[in-house]
Design a protein around this ligand. Structure first.
Ligand code: GCO
Length: 452
């Protein structure tokens, strides 16, 4: 069995990474605007002030998506564009932008899949304590409500939060992403709880207030453990590692710490042991709020890690082989992750899977024939999709796939160095060129993946 007939083929982006127009039409500051001002925070002192200038060019960009035959587009909404102070006053020009984008997409036959939060947190809320403030989930619910009011007559699919563990960890533990602070484990546990509550309250707002029936998910990234050999024993080992909390990566990197509350309504026991004495106060209904029913299991996936048994430690992460394939970002290419990840996650959480991001950065440039040839991206995507398809053939319910990214963009603290797009962006003049991979993807979409 291949991909279902109604399989969703899409591509993804996020607001701060592509929009630009950072101080236009009443937009408030985000923590990323401020982080980029800090010396040394971002490669070459780059920032998202202009980025892909998508705010002004969204109509042309939707046209490109149409040429590529996309069925769906995952974008994110900039919270401070809609609520410049994070709460309170709604900026109608910000709302209008997303409303027009939705109209343009629908007219092109492309289904909009907005993500409510993809890291560009309102600076004003950060100044009020950000995610550490126990009101933060109410702020997120208020923001959700403003968007649902504006878009839910036409939008049916929603993602609440993108990769929560990444912005919590890089933004608040290592300090390498905005807001660039380093907090204690106790603080992080409180932040995680507030982020989970924000998600839950947001889901409830969408269900209660949407004008059309909604499908809702969250878009986490998961650590995917891949068995080094396909034997029952090794598969069981990988499964066990993937769904347990290890001291070394707790709490921010533990899959179950983030996922079990959402789907089972409780933190995992092994994590609670590690968190002893450090947990925030919880309300009696918190877990009920956090575990609002979801319609699918969305997840971003780039790289899994191969695990093998070890006599001393029980298991080990297999060390990279010399000369192993790497992307331009030096991320290992491990296509099997798109089989094992969906398979293990489906077994445990029982929801249809949608890959909300997958892709690679490549050393792309415009070749002398005026085209952008990116055979590595084609091969990478093909290999990952074939593994994904294998999961489908074994009965895993797969709903869709969004490639990261529709276009080259601002790759956070790496500035513009890492090109992830299927569409090339010339950052000097904002010209777009569909790369070879974009043309290839159009054919894959047209054949529903039968030609892979
Ligand atoms: C993430 C984000 C994207 C990135 C992409 C490539 O996963 O970090 O969702 O914004 O650009 O993943 O790193």
């Amino acid at each position: 069995m291949g991909f279902k007939k109604d399989f969703i083929w899409g591509a993804a982006s996020s607001s701060y990474q592509i929009e630009g127009a950072w101080n236009e039409d009443g937009r408030g500051l985000s923590v990323w605007d401020v982080f980029c001002e800090k010396e040394g925070a971002v490669l070459n002192g780059e920032h998202g002030k202009v980025a892909c200038d998508h705010y002004h060019r969204f109509k042309d960009d939707v046209l490109v998506m149409k040429q590529m035959g996309l069925k769906a587009y995952r974008f994110s909404v900039s919270w401070p564009r809609v609520l410049p102070e994070g709460t309170g006053r709604i900026e109608s020009r910000g709302i209008d932008f997303y409303s027009s984008l939705v109209d343009e997409l629908l007219e092109a036959g492309i289904t909009p899949f907005p993500t409510l939060f993809h890291w560009d947190y309102p600076y004003e809320l950060f100044c009020r304590g950000g995610w550490l403030n126990d009101d933060s989930s109410e702020w997120f619910a208020e923001y959700t409500s403003a968007l649902v009011e504006a878009l839910s007559d036409r939008v049916e699919n929603w993602f609440t939060i993108n990769e929560p563990r990444i912005f919590v960890n890089l933004g608040h533990v290592t300090g390498t992403h905005a807001p660039g602070i380093k907090l204690s484990r106790r603080d992080i546990l409180r932040i995680i709880h507030n982020v989970l509550l924000s998600h839950g309250k947001s889901v409830k707002v969408i269900r209660d207030q949407a004008k059309t029936p909604s499908k809702i998910g969250i878009a986490p990234v998961c650590h995917v453990a891949i068995p080094h050999q396909e034997t029952a024993e090794n598969i069981e080992l990988a499964r066990k590692i993937m769904f347990s909390c290890q001291e070394s990566e707790f709490p921010d990197w533990s899959n179950t710490w983030w996922l079990d509350p959402l789907f089972f309504g409780s933190y995992p026991e092994d994590g609670l042991e590690l968190a002893q004495g450090l947990m925030p106060k919880m309300g009696p209904d918190d877990m009920k709020i956090i575990s609002q029913p979801l319609d699918f299991f969305a997840t971003n996936h780039y790289q899994g890690y191969v695990v093998e048994p070890d006599k001393v430690n029980g298991w080990n992460v297999k060390q990279p082989q010399t000369g192993q394939p790497l992307t331009a970002f030096s991320w290992p290419v491990v296509p099997e992750g798109l089989y094992w990840g969906p398979k293990f996650l489906y077994e445990r959480y029982g929801k249809p899977i949608v890959i909300t991001e997958n892709g690679m950065s490549n050393l792309d440039w415009v070749h002398s024939d005026g085209k952008v040839h990116d055979p590595q991206r084609i091969d990478y995507t093909r290999r990952y999709l074939l593994n994904y398809k294998r999961a489908a053939s074994e009965g895993v319910d797969l709903m869709g796939y969004f490639h990261w990214s529709i276009m080259d963009n601002f790759e956070w603290n790496q500035g513009y160095k890492e090109r992830f797009g299927m569409v090339y962006v010339d950052f000097q003049n904002q010209n777009r060129i569909i790369k070879d991979s974009g043309h290839w993807y159009r054919d894959v979409i047209a054949a529903n993946g039968e030609n892979l």
